[in-house]
Structures are given as structure tokens and as C-alpha cells.
Design a protein around this ligand. Structure first.
Ligand SMILES: Cc1ncc(COP(=O)(O)O)c(C=O)c1O
Length: 440
């Protein structure tokens, strides 16, 4: 016999109270930051008891697969972006795979076909590019810009050919691309547009959230990003023609659009007559795409819901940290190129990119900072064509990639994430000062 509901509620309450206590004992930071002894991370998880409570609460429900928490998360994200839909997936990479694959769907009037071209910057993240190749499409590389680290939008027009069908652009390190130029070109030439917003949740352009401009846009919830659920990502669906397509590709390629745990949403589960299938073949087992299963679990979604509540504070803190670093590095502009953004953009920065000016060598500065336990990172793959995996991939290059090469050689970034404290930022700025004073 099942225990009475009140006993279950009482046990749940007592477990969750203990989880809160556990958080305060085991996770809450109590030690002050010691410069040179503790690391200054470039990024990391920022959470409190709420994430643990929601995770354990969902674990007690033991739904496991994507379910009620995921549905609430998807609805909140759809509202946040004023989108048509939002599909939660298990990573930003999966989000890009699903989104690019969606452009090839036979359910579209003009699907992308193998051999057709997709414009994308040479400075990119590997799994922003990989789905273009995995779908048999040809990437056309355009140079990136030092300073914004985005595709140089002025060069896109001359990269177009009769085979060009889509533009795939990451908003690098949270800095919005020139969406005026890009959306105008996409409209004028009938190109599909995918915004990779994996680093840019909360950034705006012309007062509008990035992720609302493309046909589709993607997010990552890996711990380094603006919010986390461990592993996780999502596809923002901005046009009704992709509604069935994106979730079908995520969910094994099935034709059925029932929510998890539901059956017969269409009201004719055993009534469909599609293709050469026997009439009435169960809609749950009809496949309209060659798909994937890239769903996360409900446990991840539960963590995501707690993080979502903190998003405005996270975005604010990232901006404050960025501005503090910018002000502190301004005196060293003779040696460093500081980041810039489009006039219409208001970035929620993922990191603080820095390009060294000759004769300064990036390795000298990076080694100095790392020795002081200040974490640094490169701008992802740099000029991706120089990477072993992509060197021989089918592609076309439009114009020179000299700025992408320069970014690969001279650029790095440091953190601005909300977990950085005032003493950490002071230490970072003091370290730059120490480096340049020694040099001068
Ligand atoms: C621009 C960009 N796109 C895609 C991804 C992939 O996201 P994930 O690590 O969740 O697969 C990342 C990861 O950092 C990224 O920076």
C-alpha cells in the first residue's frame, strides 16, 4: 500500500530542508580570496541552495526523462524570447546540429540540399561549423574582425554565390554581430539565418534580445555559459514553419508531436495514412525525418529553472565586471586592443577579449597571467581552417582570412562571469599593471 500523501509531503519537506543545510555546509564559500593562491577562473557555475533543492525535488519525482520540468522551462524560454517555440536539448552543439538539420527538412518548401553553401565566419566554435559539414553543405568562410571578433558583415555580400542558401553566425563571446546588415542580406537573398547565441544569452541589438532575429537560434547551458544545467542547450524557434521540424529532429525524427508522457495529442493516433505506411500505423512510430535523440533529462531542466530566475542578476554582474576591466585596462591601450561592439548592441559578455599589439607577444602576457593563477582562454578554434579536423573539409573561402589568422595568433580572453568578486578583479587589474610596469 502506498504511504498517505501527507507522509510523502512531510518526507519531501524534510529532505529538502536537509539539502538546504547541506548547501550551506558543503557548497557555500566561506574562505576569502587569496591572490596568487586561489585561481581567478575564466568562468564557472554560480548557484545557491535553490539549484540543489530543485534538482533533488525533481530526483524525488524520479521522472528522469524530459518531462514536467522541461515543459515549464521550454514555456518560460518561449515567453522570454517572444518565440514560436523553444526546444530543450542536451547541449549547444546538439542545438546547432538540430537547427542546421532543420534547414534541410523535407517538410520545408525550399530545403537546403547537399552541396549548397552556408556563409559563416572563419573564427568560430567547432560545433557551430560541424553541422554544416555533417549535413553535406559547403561552408563559405568570411573573415572575422579584430575588436568585435565577429564575422565582418561588410564582406558577406561578396561571398554570396548562386549556391548560397544560409548564414550561420555566432555572436562571439556575447558580442552581437551586425544584425542590421546580416538580416537585410538574408531577407534580400532569401537566405536562412541561424544565430548561434550560445555565448550571448541576454545580449541585445537595437533593444531586442539576440536570438530573436534568425529563423532559428541556439543556446548552450554548459557551466561556462550565462546560465547552466550542467550539460544542456536549446533551439529558439522564431518561425512557425519549423515548429514540428525542430522537435521531430530532436525526438528520433518522429512525426508525432505529443509532449513527454502524452499520447494522441493529434486526436488521430491510429488514423494517419502517410506515404506507403499501412493505414492507421501508430503515429508515435511514424518518422518524417532522419533524426536524433538529443533530449536532456528533467533533472537538468530543474536546475535550469532555478538558474533562469537569476538571469537578470547574472547579466547585470557580467556587464559590471566587463566595465570594471575595461576601465582598468584603458591605460594599456598602447599595448592592447580592447573589445568594441556595434553601436546598436548591448552585449551580455561571455568573456573579455584582448588582442596584443606588436611587438608584444600574446604568450608573454598569457604566461604571466596564468602564473598568477588568472585563467585565460583562446577565442575558441581561432581560424578554424588551421585546425587538424577541418583543414581538409570541403569549403570555399571568400577573400583573405588575415584578421582571423591574427585573432588566432594574438587574441585571448579572461573572465567576466558573475562568480568573480571585487578582490579578484582588483588582482587581475593589478597583475596587468605589474606586467606593463615591468615591461616599460
Ligand atoms: C559559440 C558556441 N557555440 C556552440 C557551443 C557548444 O555548446 P556546448 O558546449 O553546450 O555543446 C559553444 C560552447 O562553448 C560556443 O561557445
Amino acid at each position: 500500500m502506498a504511504p498517505p500523501a501527507s507522509r510523502v509531503q512531510e518526507l519531501r519537506r524534510s529532505i529538502l530542508d536537509q539539502v538546504r543545510d547541506f548547501y550551506h555546509e558543503a557548497h557555500e564559500k566561506k574562505e576569502p580570496f587569496v591572490p596568487g593562491k586561489n585561481r581567478v577562473p575564466y568562468s564557472g557555475r554560480v548557484y545557491d541552495a535553490q539549484e540543489l533543492v530543485r534538482l533533488i525535488n525533481a530526483a524525488l519525482d524520479f521522472w528522469l526523462t524530459l518531462g514536467p520540468e522541461g515543459s515549464v522551462f521550454e514555456k518560460r524560454m518561449t515567453r522570454l524570447f517572444g518565440a514560436r517555440d523553444f526546444a530543450l536539448v542536451n547541449s549547444g552543439s546538439s542545438a546547432n546540429l538540430v537547427a542546421v538539420s532543420a534547414f534541410t527538412s523535407p517538410l520545408l518548401e525550399r530545403p537546403l540540399r547537399p552541396g549548397e553553401e552556408v556563409i559563416t565566419p572563419a573564427v568560430t566554435f567547432p560545433t557551430t561549423l560541424a553541422p554544416i559539414l555533417q549535413n553535406g553543405l559547403i561552408p563559405v568562410f568570411v573573415d572575422a574582425e579584430v575588436g568585435t571578433y565577429n564575422i565582418d558583415a561588410r564582406l558577406i555580400e561578396e561571398a554570396l554565390s548562386p549556391k548560397t542558401r544560409a548564414i550561420v553566425v555566432p555572436h562571439t563571446l556575447g558580442n552581437p554581430c551586425n544584425l542590421n546588415v546580416i538580416t537585410r542580406l538574408a531577407e534580400r537573398h532569401g537566405l536562412y539565418l541561424l544565430e548561434d547565441c550560445c555565448d550571448a544569452l541576454g545580449s541585445t541589438y537595437g533593444g531586442r534580445l539576440v536570438g530573436t532575429f534568425g529563423d532559428l537560434a541556439t543556446l548552450s547551458f554548459f557551466p561556462a555559459h550565462h546560465m547552466t544545467m550542467g550539460e544542456g542547450g536549446g533551439v529558439i524557434v522564431n518561425h512557425s514553419r519549423y515548429l514540428k521540424i525542430v522537435k521531430s529532429l530532436r525526438d528520433w525524427g518522429r512525426d508525432c508531436w505529443c509532449e513527454p508522457g502524452k499520447s494522441n495529442t493529434c486526436g488521430k493516433r491510429f488514423d494517419w495514412q502517410l506515404g506507403e505506411l499501412p493505414k492507421g500505423y501508430d503515429h508515435k512510430y511514424i518518422y518524417s525525418h532522419i533524426g536524433y535523440n538529443v533530449k536532456p533529462t528533467d533533472l537538468q531542466a530543474a536546475i535550469g529553472l532555478a538558474q533562469l530566475d537569476k538571469l537578470p542578476i547574472f547579466a547585470q554582474k557580467r556587464k559590471e565586471n566587463f566595465n570594471k576591466i575595461y576601465g582598468g585596462l584603458k591605460p594599456w591601450e598602447e599595448f592592447l586592443i580592447l573589445p568594441r561592439h556595434e553601436p546598436e548592441a548591448d552585449p551580455s559578455w561571455f568573456g573579455f577579449p584582448i588582442t596584443v599589439r606588436a611587438p608584444l607577444k600574446r604568450s608573454h602576457l598569457v604566461d604571466f597571467l596564468e602564473a598568477r593563477l588568472i585563467e585565460t582562454r583562446m577565442v575558441f578554434g581561432g581560424n578554424i581552417l588551421k585546425q587538424p579536423a577541418y583543414r581538409d573539409a570541403p569549403h570555399r573561402t571568400s577573400g583573405s582570412l588575415s584578421q582571423s589568422d591574427r585573432i588566432m595568433k594574438d587574441t585571448f580572453f579572461i573572465g567576466v562571469y558573475p562568480g568573480l568578486t571585487a578582490p579578484m578583479l582588483e588582482y587581475v587589474l593589478e597583475s596587468f599593471e605589474a606586467f606593463f610596469e615591468k615591461k616599460i
